[in-house]
Design a protein around this ligand. Structure first.
Ligand code: NAD
Ligand code: DAU
Length: 341
């Protein structure tokens, strides 16, 4: 297994949830590493997510759009690696309107890939998702599993993956793709299930469980995903795909009850609402390949969830500000799912 040592990484979407956690993780992990973040600061991007490292001399922030080749080419100059997180990432929003998902996730990735060829980048980590495999009734999807995305979001991510693969095959671009399961942890935008439910429970508001709540997800702590991505950047084989998961499979209802229990809140907060359109019933990936590469998830789920809940309890200002800003979206989505704000 040969090792690649990155010197300067361009991290796209570094002001978002996983991207900002990755930047903190990587700067700590390698004391010689430099990072340039390129982020448009959409509704999901937040410079405050990077407050902890904003004065670090090895860190640079560039505000810009990955669909803009001028900005991308200049941000990528002198970078030898790219870790590409930037995306429209929320399934519910893609059901309401998918244009930005198509343009950022597919076209934006194309712009980055072309720039990577021009700049002779040595590693391009394409961050994808287990959602590209679609709903898996039983068993596990390995990296060769058929892509059968169900939502406009996952369809755009599958398009992104195919574009990255095509650049590897046609132009020899140094692509490695990761497909992780649902992440949770600090700095996750409170429209995704865990931060939404934790923050709503803290405010004694109803938790809108879609459909019967028996959908299954595999929950991975964001720090573990960051560690896995960093491992893939150093040791992964160019042209390969690596699933990343933890085996923490729970139904949404089981997870909701755990959150309420940990917060000491009553089960009466659970409110069943209309199901998400095209809702995937179950995700499950095989992680044998990344295990062979030398990485496996270690953190017990209970501890990771308790730590995450405690982070939201102690960072009220961070999420209250966001909730205030996204009030109109929350009102809209609550009306859409016929629940109360
Ligand atoms: P996020 O929505 O929290 O962050 C996305 C970031 O991308 C934001 O900072 C946003 O400002 C930026 N961005 C969006 N469009 C942009 C554009 N056109 N140009 C530049 N920046 C832009 O997303 P996340 O949850 O951190 O997910 C990061 C990546 O990981 C995505 O590619 C997502 O598909 C993938 N992923 C997420 C999960 C999860 O559970 N959150 C799981 C598997 C894979
Ligand atoms: O699997 C990886 C994917 O995980 C990532 O690619 C996506 O970017 C990320 O958003 C996430 O997608 P999900 O749709 O699985 O996550 P979300 O947090 O939106 O929902 C998790 C589950 O909870 C899902 O079955 C829908 C359900 N849910 C969600 C919300 C927001 C509810 O029941 N009620 C809710 O209000």
């Amino acid at each position: 297994m040969s090792k690649y040592t990155p010197k300067t990484i361009l991290v796209t979407g570094g002001a978002g949830f996983i991207g900002s956690n990755f930047v903190r993780f990587a700067l700590k992990k390698d004391p010689d590493l430099k990072i340039v973040v390129l982020d448009l600061l959409t509704y999901a991007g937040n410079e405050e997510n990077l407050d902890e490292i904003k004065n670090n001399k090895r860190f640079t922030f560039v505000k810009g759009d990955i669909r803009d080749s001028g900005i991308v080419n200049s941000a990528m100059k002198n970078c030898d690696a790219v870790v590409h997180f930037a995306a429209e990432s929320h399934v519910d929003r893609s059901i309401l309107a998918a244009q930005d998902f198509i343009s950022t996730n597919i076209y934006g990735t194309y712009v980055l890939l072309q720039a990577a060829l021009k700049e002779n980048v040595q590693r391009f980590i394409n961050i994808s998702t287990d959602e590209v495999y679609g709903s898996i009734a039983e068993g596990e999807a390995d990296e060769n599993f058929l892509l059968k995305p169900s939502s406009p979001y996952s369809a755009s991510k599958a398009g992104q993956d195919q574009m990255a693969h095509a650049h590897h095959v046609t132009f020899n671009a140094p692509i490695i793709t990761t497909r992780s399961t649902n992440n949770f942890g600090p700095y996750q935008y409170p429209e995704k299930m865990i931060p939404l439910f934790v923050t709503r429970a803290l405010e004694n508001k109803p938790l809108p469980v879609y459909g019967d709540g028996l959908q299954v997800r595999d929950w991975t702590l964001v720090e573990e995903n960051c560690e896995a991505i960093f491992h893939v950047l150093l040791y992964g084989e160019i042209g390969e795909i690596y699933n990343i998961g933890s085996g923490n499979q729970l139904t949404n209802l089981e997870l909701t009850r755990k959150i309420l229990q940990m917060l000491g809140k009553p089960e009466t907060l659970v409110t069943y609402v209309e199901d998400r359109k095209g809702h995937d019933r179950r995700y499950s990936v095989s992680c044998e390949k990344i295990k062979k590469l030398g990485w496996t998830a270690k953190r017990p789920f209970h501890d990771a969830l308790a730590e995450t809940i405690s982070w939201y309890q102690t960072h009220r200002q961070w999420w209250e500000k966001i909730i205030q800003k996204q009030k109109s979206y929350q009102e809209f989505i609550s009306a859409y799912y016929k629940t109360r704000v």
